[in-house]
Design a protein around this ligand. Structure first.
Ligand SMILES: NC(=O)c1ccc[n+]([C@@H]2O[C@H](COP(=O)([O-])OP(=O)(O)OC[C@H]3O[C@@H](n4cnc5c(N)ncnc54)[C@H](OP(=O)(O)O)[C@@H]3O)[C@@H](O)[C@H]2O)c1
Length: 429
């Protein structure tokens, strides 16, 4: 296949970020990039269409020591940002992908990306919704068994799987639960192998590693939609009549939680930082009420909207907000700790002072990462698509045009400038 060299724009992280990210932390680079695929590779060349501006990306802008014991991996200074995106395959030397396929998954913040291990990408089959939805509401887990089983590891597994046969072959042979068990096993292997992963991805079958280590790589992907679903329905056990409070009510996650709460017959109030978002929460997402947390005394507002207390708090922001909400929870209230965006840019996280309320009110606070709930994906996808198609669920996106505006779009999320899920449109399909 012909190699094509093309100038393209890329968004580069210049150095690790301290405090709030700012324009000077990023560079829009024009780079001479090889955009063609060589014969013999098993790669895809993607045209990037939409990129998600996800708050978790801020963690990846810090050095590794900032998040010990988590699965978060830092970006390397000087490298192109990586995040979730929707893309079109424009060349493929991988049998699983064809020119013209639409996919979503991790990609570069650049016009074109060569993905040497495209097994990690997800093909988009439901195209009856805006493709950008796959950066948020619909981009969820897909288990990808991109693995070769060798040596002793193979002996431990009941199932043999050849990467060339792809996911469909596995699904034919195994039922979902068996596949999950198998994948959990491989996930453990994955973590043990993490220090070697770059090597594994590059060489695929590194001869220098003992064969028994070889090789399970299981990929699963994240998004906001399933976080809303899992955090609300599973962790908070809602029932009709519950009183629900949602912070960052107009964001990618918050807007869905508000709608789920209404579907459940709950009373739901949200907060956001502008009147526009407050109005949208009520008129578009169906919140019973909403308020601007920057303009109201929080304690007084919570008292006013929840005179009898809060059953469920869906926490997207943490910090002082969480501290105050704990005081307004009803006994046996549930708090889903989904995110703590108010803390992501602080050198010193704020403390929570009202924790004794957790004891005396028997509160449940449950943190979660959506990657722990991949088994919910089929159920969630069916639910989300059906409700979107029936017009019972809406998704508001805030789209910035072009890579020129990508860094400011991402920065804006940490200042509340986005109204809905923040997306950068790089190109049209
Ligand atoms: N647990 C998981 O698996 C998981 C998955 C996805 C996302 N998350 C988390 O869920 C939260 C929402 O994510 P999202 O993608 O839906 O983002 P988002 O809500 O679309 O965007 C972020 C919003 O957070 C609010 N915000 C920013 N800085 C703030 C601060 N200092 N104090 C209070 N509010 C602030 C702003 O809205 P306002 O107008 O309300 O200030 C901003 O628009 C984030 O914390 C994210 O990390 C968790």
């Amino acid at each position: 296949m012909e190699m094509v060299s093309k100038q393209q724009k890329q968004v580069v992280l210049k150095d690790y970020v301290r405090g709030y990210p700012k324009e000077s932390d990023f560079e829009l680079r024009s780079s001479d990039t090889i955009c063609g695929l060589s014969n013999g590779s098993r790669a895809v060349l993607l045209k990037n269409l939409c990129l998600a501006c996800d708050p978790y990306m801020r963690h990846r802008m810090s050095d590794q020591v900032s998040h010990p014991g988590t699965i978060i991996k830092s970006y390397s200074p000087g490298s192109v940002l990586v995040g979730y995106g929707v893309c079109k395959v424009i060349q493929s030397t991988h049998p699983g992908f064809q020119e013209g396929d639409f996919v979503w998954g991790l990609t570069g913040w650049e016009e074109y990306s060569v993905i040497p291990n495209p097994e990690r990408l997800n093909k988009i089959s439901h195209t009856g919704v805006p493709l950008s939805y796959y950066t948020g509401i619909l981009g969820s887990y897909q288990i990808k068994a991109t693995t070769l089983l060798h040596g002793q590891l193979h002996d431990k597994l009941e199932y043999r799987y050849d990467i060339d046969q792809g996911m469909a072959r596995v699904s034919n042979n195994l039922d979902m639960l068996e596949l999950m068990d198998w994948c959990y096993f491989l996930i453990n292997v994955y973590y043990e192998l993490e220090p070697f992963l770059d090597r594994i991805h590059r060489t695929w079958t590194p001869p220098s590693l003992p064969t028994f280590i070889l090789m399970g790589i299981v990929e699963w992907h994240r998004t906001g939609g399933i976080a809303a679903y899992v955090g609300f329905y599973i962790l908070c056990s809602p029932k009709a009549g519950d009183t629900v409070y949602v912070s960052s009510a107009c964001g990618g996650v918050g807007q869905l939680v508000g709608q789920f709460a209404k579907m459940m017959g709950c009373y739901v109030v949200g907060s956001a930082s502008t009147e526009e978002k407050v109005n949208l929460s009520k008129t578009k997402f169906g919140f019973d009420d909403a308020f601007n947390y920057k303009e109201h005394d929080l304690a007084a507002a919570l008292k006013r909207y929840f005179p009898g207390g809060i059953d469920i708090y869906f926490d997207n922001v943490g910090g002082k907000m969480l501290d105050e909400v704990i005081m307004h929870m009803k006994p046996h209230g549930r708090i889903a700790a989904c995110g703590m965006i108010s803390q992501y840019n602080l050198e010193e996280p704020e403390g929570i002072h009202n924790m004794f309320n957790v004891v005396v009110k028997s509160l449940e606070i449950k943190g979660f990462v959506e990657t722990d709930f991949k088994h919910i994906y089929p159920e969630y996808l069916e639910f989300a698509i059906r409700h979107l198609q029936e017009g019972k669920l809406v998704c508001v996106e805030d789209i910035s045009e072009g890579l020129e505006n990508a860094s400011s779009a991402l920065i804006g999320v940490f200042h509340g400038r986005n109204v809905g899920k923040k997306v950068v449109r790089v190109a049209s399909g």
